[in-house]
Design a protein around this ligand. Structure first.
Ligand code: MAN
Length: 372
């Protein structure tokens, strides 16, 4: 034990104060260039809008470059006396809704949500935008790649947090479809990032955080997903299997939230599980009741991914830097995209729901932190 720790322990004991010490086990190597992207780096999709947040990118390699599929959250440039936000109307055109700031029926305690007379809205509307890079650090918006916008009645509040699974037959995108009726998982396919085949909602409400395994197991496709069951159960990670990636069945619960821990309120899968000799390694997010979002890991059996071999007791990454603790929604690290090169995982993540950052992990180091 270091001298400082020893003195602190004695001091605590003398005071007779009960303090539950929180062990920081963060093993992420953050990019020194962080944040890599700010909202001001991207052009708004239409004039008069401002980008409030860049967050939670899907990640893939294409044409020898690293690409991020950013979630871009926009709203109109705000006026002093009112709060306004966009939604898509029935004709799929953006419509601006406005409320007076001092309206007694307005509840704006959560910066992400507006509650008015019992109805919930989002303060921003999200779409997906592509950026690419030669070095994985400096990203730009390439010409000729249109943003992916919400479409139809299931996406009137936008589309969010897209995972990209790279498979032999192309790229497979699973993302959150948001509307006043529900939150569910949408699925689309592409091979050229210019044309997309939309396959509709594959996991019905309330469901999000869907990560496809990027290869078949026992001749079936697999996916991790996160249904929410508000009365019995909770916000847990489930696994499902499918013959075609559209029809999903044999749903099984694989991991639950844990009381009084860093993942006590909500957990959800990150990107596609990583195939290793020891099993499938999945980096997932866990949040507390106070909405503090950290990352941890799960290790799943190779042939039976519904079986959990090991799990992080402490987070492998938690909000510590200024850009992770302060911002649009502070104390958030949320990752749903990564690249893997032998022992090295490079994750890209949303920090404070506002800026895009990068960090590296060693797979072997993660293994050493897991509890079997
Ligand atoms: C939810 C999702 C994410 C977001 C976190 C933190 O899990 O909406 O997109 O990053 O909350 O706000």
């Amino acid at each position: 034990m270091k001298l400082v720790e020893w003195v602190t322990d004695i001091f605590i004991q003398i005071l007779g104060v009960t303090i539950i010490k929180h062990k920081v086990m963060d093993i992420a190597k953050r990019f020194k260039e962080n944040p890599l992207l700010f909202p001001s780096d991207i052009k708004p999709s239409i004039p008069g809008m401002e980008i409030k947040c860049l967050l939670n990118p899907g990640v893939f390699r294409y044409n020898k470059k690293t690409w991020l599929l950013l979630r871009v959250a926009e709203r109109p440039v705000q006026k002093k006396e009112s709060i306004s936000f966009p939604v898509y109307n029935k004709k799929n055109k953006i419509e601006i809704l406005t409320f007076k700031k001092h309206d007694p029926y307005l509840n704006t305690t959560d910066p992400r949500i507006i509650i008015y007379k019992g109805n919930s809205y989002l303060t921003t509307l999200s779409h997906l935008t592509l950026v690419c890079s030669d070095d994985g650090i400096n990203f730009h918006e390439p010409a000729g790649y249109a943003p992916i916008l919400g479409e139809g009645s299931q996406e009137t509040f936008g589309i969010e947090d897209c995972r990209v699974a790279t498979m032999k037959d192309g790229y497979h995108l699973t993302y959150t479809k948001v509307s006043p009726n529900a939150v569910g998982v949408g699925y689309m396919q592409t091979t050229d990032w210019k044309t997309f085949i939309r396959k509709g909602m594959i996991f019905p409400p309330h469901n999000k955080d869907c990560a496809l395994f990027d290869e078949k197991i026992n001749n079936k496709y697999y996916a991790l997903h996160r249904p929410s069951s508000p009365e019995l159960g909770g916000n847990y990670i489930w696994i499902a299997e499918s013959p075609d990636r559209i029809h999903w069945g044999n749903h099984r619960l694989i991991a639950k939230t844990r009381k009084n821990m860093w993942d006590s309120a909500r957990i959800g899968a990150g990107a596609s599980p990583i195939k290793t000799e020891k099993g499938w390694l999945e980096i997932y997010h866990g949040a507390t009741e106070k909405n503090r979002y950290c990352l941890g890991a799960l290790l799943l059996e190779l042939k039976h991914p519904e079986k959990v071999i090991a799990r992080s007791r402490e987070p492998i990454m938690e909000p510590t830097t200024d850009y992770e603790t302060k911002g649009f929604f502070g104390d958030v690290i949320f990752s749903n995209g990564q690249l893997v090169d032998k022992d090295k995982i490079t994750i890209y993540y949303g920090a404070s729901d506002e800026v895009i950052c990068g960090a590296e992990f060693s797979i072997n180091k993660i293994f050493k932190t897991l509890e079997y």
